[in-house]
Design a protein around this ligand. Structure first.
Ligand code: COA
Length: 265
């Protein structure tokens, strides 16, 4: 039996594990969950907790109240003293979001409301995005005289294409959930983002955990390579998948016409 997961305490977010799904909820209601440096550091800490918790198989990131995350904290941005401090701020946000992107399990952003600037960039660092019908998504940074600095100029064009990304970055407009769905920026829209994310997680959880991690690794490592190099990575990781107990169990269960019991090994 796996011991129950500990529930560490944070100031700007909450963390819980339900049925093998970690749920991280950003909580800075006075600023619509905008990310200040402390919240970014707590996010990095919680990602570390997730990475080390063998109980967790899927992680969901969401926000409390009417916002997912309304961006980086504009008060802190306004107070940045010089080029170097501003660059460090961007690198902090990028490194935290890189850690989320590198988690070896599926991650889902449950976009319950505003996902603007750093909020959309957080969602872009997740593998999948589901939005509530009330969600509003955008990169409004140029309206503040800055540019997206937590990965938005890089992850958005990779996801939706250069033209669509530059449209959103140049105009700073807010997209509805439906428009985000039609652009492929979100995967699903539902009445309640967290419930929709949990439903998606439940479907993912039926599958082999090592296979999920290897599939994520194959897609991630192959993304910026030429096709032949990327296919070689796929073949190597396919080989690894076939060396797992999960592969034995999954194929045997199919042949025996039963539900597989994956153990993640
Ligand atoms: N940083 C700091 N504080 C923020 C914030 C941010 N990114 N986004 C919202 N807040 C604060 C507001 O200053 C306000 O604080 P106050 O009550 O002390 O005045 C509070 O959150 C509520 O926001 P408010 O603007 O009053 O709500 P609204 O419903 O009228 O508008 C938004 C909601 C999301 C459209 C609007 O808050 C907004 O445009 N936020 C900034 C989005 C942005 O540019 N993000 C990118 C930052 S790089």
């Amino acid at each position: 039996m796996t011991p129950p997961s500990e529930a560490p305490e944070f100031e700007h977010l909450s963390y819980q594990v339900e049925d093998r799904v970690a749920i991280v909820t950003l909580r800075r209601p006075q600023a619509l969950n905008a990310l200040n440096q402390d919240a970014l550091i707590e996010l990095a800490d919680v990602v570390e907790v997730i990475a080390q918790d063998p109980e967790v198989r899927v992680a969901i990131f969401t926000g409390e109240g009417r916002a997912f995350v309304a961006g980086a904290d504009i008060g802190e941005i306004a107070a940045l003293q010089d080029v170097f401090a501003a660059r460090e701020f961007a690198i902090l946000g990028q490194s935290v979001f890189n850690e989320i992107a590198a988690l070896p399990l599926p991650t889902i952003a449950a976009i319950n409301g505003y996902a603007l600037g750093g909020g959309l960039e957080l969602a872009l660092a997740c593998d999948l995005r589901v939005a509530s019908t009330k969600a509003r998504l955008g990169l409004p940074e140029v309206g503040l005289g800055i540019i997206p600095g937590f990965g938005g100029t890089q992850r958005l064009p990779r996801l939706v294409g250069r033209g669509r990304a530059l449209d959103l970055i140049f105009t700073g407009r807010h997209l509805s959930a439906e428009e985000a769905l039609s652009l492929g920026l979100v995967n699903r829209v539902g009445e309640d983002a967290l419930e929709t994310a949990k439903e998606l997680a439940a479907v993912i959880l039926r599958n082999g955990p090592v296979a999920l991690a290897l599939a994520k690794e194959a897609v991630g490592r192959g993304e910026n390579l030429d096709l032949q190099e990327a296919l070689e990575i796929e073949a190597d990781l396919f080989g690894l998948a076939c060396a797992t107990q999960d592969m034995r169990e999954g194929t045997r269960a199919f042949l025996e016409k039963r539900t597989p019991q994956f153990r993640g090994e």
